[in-house]
Write a protein that binds this ligand. Structure first.
Ligand code: ADP
Ligand code: MG
Length: 303
C-alpha cells in the first residue's frame, strides 16, 4: 500500500498542498483531479520524491519515499513517473527509446519486450522512426511505453493522453489501463478528463484550495456530486433551486411546473444539448432531436 500521511508542501511561500492524506492499494487505479493549478502535478512529483516535503511522510509498503535531501538520484527504483513534459532522446528511434532501461544482456528477450510495449501504445509501425520526427501525441506514447518497460510497481502518469488525438485516445486508454491491471501495476494519474476516470479508476480524489475536497469511488461521486466543481468534471449540469442536476437527467414532458423556451440547440453526435430559458435563467438538457428556437416546452427531472 502507498500511504500518504499528512503531507504539506510549498514551493516558496505560497502553500500548494496542505495536510494531504490518502492510501492507494497495490494494483489500484487511482485518479487525482482538480482545476489547473490545484496541485496535481506537484502531488505526483512529491510521490516520486522530487522535492522535500514541508511536513508529513510517504511510504510504499515499509519503505519511506524521501526527497533530494536524502537521495542522490531522484525517484525510487520501483516507481516510474511520466511527466506532463516528457523527456526522450530525440535522435534515436522509438524502439531504442523504449528499450533504454532494458538490459542488453538478453538481446532476443529485449526485442520481444520492445515489440510487446510497442503494441500496448500502438506504435508498431514506428519502431524504427527517430523520435524527433514524431508528433507530440506519438512522443507521449513513447514516454508511456518507456515508463512500463521495466515493470514498475507504481506508475505515476501526469495527464498521460493530453497530447493524443481523439482518434487514438480511446483505444490507447483501454489498452494501457488493461495492461496495467493485468500486470497489477499500481497506477496514479492526474487528469482533467472524466473518461480516464469513470471506466477505469477504483478511487479518485479531488484537489481544491490546497486540500482534498472529496475522496470516493468515481461512481459515487458521479451519482452524488457534492458541489458544482465536481459536477462540472463529469458533465454539463444545472443548478435547479440549489440542486445539482446533470443535463442528461432532465427531459421533455407534456406538462409540468418547469415551463421553458428553447434558446439554442447544440449538435453533439448521438444527442442534442438544448439550452432553454427557465424563468430568465438558462437550463441545459439532452434530447434525441433538435427543437426549434422559441418553442415552449415543459421539463421534468429524472432521478
Ligand atoms: P496542476 O498540475 O494541478 O495544474 P501544479 O502542481 O502544476 O498544478 O501547480 C500548483 C501550484 O504550484 C500553481 O500555483 C503553480 O503555479 C505552482 N507551481 C508549480 N510548479 C512550481 C515551481 N516549480 N515553482 C513555483 N511554483 C510552482
Ligand atoms: Mg499539471
Amino acid at each position: 500500500m502507498l500511504q500518504v500521511k499528512n503531507i504539506s508542501f510549498r514551493y516558496k511561500t505560497q502553500p500548494v498542498l496542505n495536510n494531504i492524506s490518502f492510501n492507494v492499494k497495490e494494483g489500484e487505479h487511482f485518479s487525482i483531479i482538480g482545476e489547473s493549478g490545484s496541485g496535481k502535478s506537484t502531488l505526483l512529483k512529491l510521490l516520486y520524491g522530487t522535492y522535500d516535503l514541508s511536513e508529513g511522510q510517504i511510504f510504499w509498503k515499509k519503505k519511506q519515499i524521501l526527497g533530494p535531501k536524502y537521495n542522490l538520484i531522484i525517484g525510487p527504483e520501483f516507481m516510474k513517473y511520466v511527466a506532463q513534459e516528457f523527456d526522450l532522446m530525440p535522435f534515436t528511434t522509438v524502439a531504442e527509446n523504449i528499450g533504454e532501461f532494458l538490459s542488453n544482456f538478453y538481446p532476443e528477450e529485449k526485442q520481444i519486450r520492445i515489440k510487446e510495449l510497442l503494441a500496448v501504445v500502438e506504435l508498431n509501425d514506428f519502431a524504427n522512426t527517430k523520435v524527433k520526427l514524431l508528433s507530440g501525441g506519438q512522443k507521449q506514447r513513447v514516454a508511456i511505453a518507456k515508463s512500463i518497460a521495466k515493470q514498475p510497481e507504481i506508475l505515476l502518469l501526469d495527464e498521460p493522453f493530453s497530447h493524443i488525438d481523439n482518434f487514438k485516445k480511446q483505444s490507447l486508454r483501454r489498452s494501457l489501463f488493461k495492461y496495467l491491471k493485468e500486470k497489477k501495476i499500481t497506477c496514479i494519474l492526474a487528469t482533467h478528463d472524466k473518461d480516464d476516470v469513470l471506466s477505469f479508476s477504483d478511487h479518485m480524489i479531488v484537489l481544491h484550495d490546497n486540500k482534498i475536497m472529496a475522496s470516493e469511488t468515481p461512481k459515487s461521486l458521479y451519482k452524488n456530486p457534492k458541489n458544482k466543481l465536481i459536477a462540472s468534471f463529469f458533465n454539463e449540469f444545472n443548478d435547479v433551486n440549489g440542486d445539482i442536476i446533470y443535463a442528461n437527467h432532465i427531459k421533455l414532458t407534456e406538462k409540468s411546473k418547469l415551463k421553458a423556451i428553447v434558446k439554442e440547440c447544440y449538435y453533439k453526435g448521438h444527442y442534442f444539448l438544448i439550452e432553454a430559458d427557465l424563468n430568465g435563467k438558462s437550463i441545459f438538457f439532452e434530447h434525441d432531436t433538435d427543437i426549434k428556437k422559441s418553442t415552449i416546452i415543459f421539463l421534468e427531472i429524472i432521478t
